[in-house]
Design a protein around this ligand. Structure first.
Ligand code: HEM
Length: 333
């Protein structure tokens, strides 16, 4: 795993922590406002996701480990094969975003538990997020809205956004310093938020998870960034799965007292105890149109018994925002 540990990056984290935590009522934002702002920046592709619009469906299975079962009673860690529907994507609402864009990549998983319940995990290829509260995300969308005169965001607005939102810095720097993946199968994906694992004795453990590719992390070189075609990620994943299953190790970090619980812009120390919680296998991939992942709302708050959310304001905000986008696209808007 590559985490940028430059002093500037750590400073950004500290600044983010020292920002006011208890936001006043005027800072409250609604899912409607945020989804409308995303539409303002990227435009609308009717019937499609408002964010992470460009994507690819995939299918496979997950097998959990007994080590994880000691921390969580979730059926995910029963040791049995759990069917998985997956979607890989590019962040942003542009359905034609080039696969070389230095934006985040996503991996969304829906696990079909044997008791009929569902577990979702909706992750990015960055270890931290660019907002500690929804207001930052909203202000980013407003600041990056293209100026009608130039067709590009106004640099002054972006400068003002950066100066007033230090919690955005860490992820922006990470994306600037780490080229996008050469293939989805060569990317790690991070849960980013802190979650609770609850075991059979009702003991709660704070955890963060990430999926590490058994194919190894491989990024585009600077030369490849300039020469790679706009669309290669989907076909590369389809071809990779045809050659044989692509696998990721689900790694879980065990939290310690004082670890940031409600702030997804701050990473945990790398020294945290890690367990291998299971293996994800992707055995086939296909274009999203008409495939099973297309009509799924990968709401990250869909959880089975044994896994629960923390009070992270971003995690809690995602659910209504996704519902808003989902309702619009299902309605053909
Ligand atoms: C304020 C914060 C956020 C907002 C407002 C937001 C908004 C959205 C929206 C509207 C969608 C489309 C939903 C749909 O139509 O199904 C989406 C998709 C997605 N988001 Fe977020 N998001 C936020 C934070 C995050 C974070 C922290 C992560 C990762 C930890 C993440 C990862 C993803 C992924 C991977 C998808 C694509 C899911 C799919 O394939 O269906 N987002 N987001």
């Amino acid at each position: 795993m590559q985490i940028n540990k430059s002093p500037k990056w750590m400073l950004a984290g500290v600044l983010a922590l020292s920002a006011p935590l208890g936001m006043a009522a005027q800072d409250e934002v609604t899912a409607d406002q945020v989804v409308t702002a995303i539409e303002g920046t990227f435009g609308v592709t009717p019937g499609e996701r408002r964010n992470h619009t460009k994507g690819t469906c995939a299918q496979g299975e997950f097998v959990g480990s007994p080590e994880a079962a000691a921390y969580s009673k979730s059926g995910l860690f029963s040791g049995k094969s759990i069917p998985v529907i997956a979607r890989f994507s590019l962040a942003g609402g542009n359905p034609k975003a080039p696969d070389t864009a230095k934006s985040a990549r996503g991996m969304a998983l829906q696990f079909k538990l044997s008791d009929g319940g569902l577990q979702h995990m909706t992750m990015l290829n960055t270890p931290i997020f660019g907002a500690m509260q929804p207001r930052t995300f909203l202000d980013l969308m407003v600041a990056t809205k293209p100026d009608p005169a130039t067709g590009k965001p106004d640099p002054e607005k972006i400068k003002a956004f950066k100066a007033s939102h230090p919690d955005n810095l860490a992820q922006t720097e990470y994306l600037a310093n780490n080229n996008p993946p050469a293939s989805y199968a060569n990317s790690a994906f991070f849960g980013i938020h802190t979650f609770k694992f609850i075991n059979r004795e009702n003991k709660t453990t704070l955890v963060r998870w990430r999926f590490v590719p058994q194919d190894g992390v491989k990024r585009l070189t600077d030369d490849e960034l300039k020469s790679a075609p706009a669309n290669f990620l989907e076909q590369a994943l389809i071809n990779r799965a045809k050659q044989g299953p692509a696998r990721w190790n689900m790694m879980v970090s065990i939290g310690e007292p004082g670890d940031p619980e409600d702030n997804p812009t701050l990473a945990w120390p790398e020294s945290r105890r890690q367990i291998k919680a299971g293996t994800l296998t992707i055995s086939s991939a296909m274009p999203q149109k008409g495939a099973e992942c297309e009509k799924i709302n990968f709401d990250p708050l869909v959880m089975g018994d044994g896994i629960a959310p923390t009070n992270d304001p971003i995690l809690l905000f995602r659910s209504p925002a996704y519902a808003f986008s989902f309702a619009k696209r299902l309605g053909g808007l």
